[in-house]
Design a protein around this ligand. Structure first.
Ligand code: NAG
Ligand code: NAG
Ligand code: NAG
Ligand code: NAG
Ligand code: NAG
Length: 401
């Protein structure tokens, strides 16, 4: 049955081709009164109109369409068609009329034809994305953003966008997005978060001056009292006290203070300087590129309590090569009652000679140390922050000792 149908269609197809080929130019039947015969006359081509039917001795005679007239197909009419008059309001001429084409009008950019009028495209509101942008013939098609997508703007073009995947940036999701809002991620320095460097070497270098040599029980409250700018609330201070060893508390507090006052000019400068310091340290450290074995040796060379094996292993897995030493130094510092990481690193460097570390490694460590030294000195004696705070803090330090 289907075979038969198939054959029949094939035959039909062939016959159509055969007949159309056979009848070009297209013909029409005409009764010739002189001979009283039915003749097959040629039709007239586009751009022309019929002037005289064919006879047994003459072919069909066609003439060009007059101005403002057209015919766009083969035919046997004695008249051409009149071109559409001037375009409507808010339309422009897309194609002028000529002998073979009618005039084409189109709505101006940003509008579409609805019955007789050019209507403005509709924009898609927040929560909706553009599925098909408007055309001169059709209005914009909007689509409600599905789960996992959002649009926070009123737009003629913007489709729904996928919510930012916070974990792709090493950040935490703090507020889940919906159709009108993107996910909100938190955590500032992405790689540091994943690797988990809490207080960086630069922050330590910057804030170390505030750590007293002997810590008294009320030290933190005294420091809070004397810091300029927005005060840190009691709840946050309690949290820091609960979570961190007494030595680490100073860094945590200053870090929080920096965050709470980040809009103040003085602090903006500090943040900028610390950022600059960090990119410098990353650059120097990036050249070290220690193997796992070298990292273990380096940690072995540090004085005081050792960082556990599993912590070293974890750091090599979660941190990039330039962050590994920094992470391990911060672990060592915390483990050793807030020793100065920089001094620790210098101490370790002395021992590295016996391990025959490659020159590139020791050199990049030395560069880092040298840089941090200059950074610390510069900060300590020249910056606004010091001028404003140190007097207060120093006097407090002395009175506490
Ligand atoms: C008439 O206009 C059409 C469309 O703009 C074009 O393709 C065609 O070449 C024109 N014909 C002549 C004779 O100008
Ligand atoms: C829309 O969201 C993007 C990405 O979260 C953001 O960059 C942009 O500023 C937002 N626009 C408006 C108008 O809220
Ligand atoms: C975010 O990306 C991670 C992989 O990079 C994937 O495992 C996770 O499912 C994504 N989360 C969402 C909400 O798409
Ligand atoms: C989408 O989230 C924003 C902020 O998170 C909120 O203001 C808004 O009401 C939410 N919209 C809906 C429809 O839940
Ligand atoms: C670090 O060294 C390893 C092999 O020793 C190499 O594969 C890797 O590309 C190096 N990385 C950088 C950042 O130099």
């Amino acid at each position: 049955m289907t075979k038969l149908l198939c054959c029949a269609l094939l035959l039909l197809d062939i016959s159509i081709k055969w007949t159309t080929q056979e009848t070009f130019p297209p013909k029409y039947l005409h009764y010739d009164p002189e001979t009283s015969r039915q003749l097959m006359c040629d039709q007239c081509p586009p751009g022309t109109a019929l002037k005289q039917h064919c006879t047994t001795s003459w072919k069909t005679v066609c003439v060009a369409c007059p101005d403002y007239h057209y015919t766009d197909r083969w035919h046997n009419n004695v008249e051409c068609l009149y071109c559409s008059p001037v375009c409507k309001e808010l339309q422009y001429v897309k194609q002028e009329c000529n002998a073979t084409h009618n005039r084409v009008c189109e709505c101006e950019e940003g509008r579409y034809l609805d019955l007789e009028f050019c209507i403005k495209h509709r924009p898609c509101p927040p929560g909706f994305g553009v599925l098909h942008p408007g055309t001169p013939e059709r209005n914009t098609v909007c689509k409600r953003c599905p789960d996992g997508f959002f649009s926070n703007e009123t737009s003629y073009k913007a489709p729904c966008r996928r919510h930012t995947n916070c974990s792709d940036f090493g950040l935490h999701l703090t507020q889940r997005g919906n159709a009108t809002h993107d996910n909100i991620c938190s955590g500032n320095s992405e790689s540091n978060k994943r690797c988990g460097i809490d207080v960086t070497l630069c922050e330590e270098a910057f804030f170390r001056f505030a750590v007293p040599t002997k810590i008294t029980p009320n030290w933190l409250s005294v420091l809070v009292e004397n810091l300029p700018g927005n005060k840190i609330n009691a709840e946050s201070i309690e949290k820091i006290k609960r979570r961190h060893s007494s030595q680490e508390q100073t860094f945590q507090l200053l870090k929080l203070w920096k965050h709470e006052n980040k809009d103040q000019d003085m602090v903006k400068k500090i943040i900028q300087d610390i950022g600059l310091c960090e990119s410098n340290v990353q650059r120097h450290m990036g050249q070290a590129n220690l193997t796992s074995e070298q990292l273990h040796r380096l940690m072995d060379s540090l004085p005081g309590k050792k960082v556990p094996m599993e912590d070293i292993e974890r750091a090599t897995k979660t941190c990039t090569s330039s962050e590994q030493i920094l992470k391990l130094l911060s672990l060592w510092r915390i483990r050793n009652g807030d020793q100065d990481s920089l001094k620790g690193l210098m101490e370790a460097l002395k021992h590295l000679k016996t391990y025959h570390f490659p020159k590139t490694v020791t050199q990049s460590l030395k560069k880092t140390i040298r840089f941090l030294h200059s950074f610390t000195m510069y900060r300590l004696y020249q910056k606004l922050f010091i001028e404003m705070v140190e007097k207060q803090v120093q006097s407090v330090k002395i009175s506490c000792l």
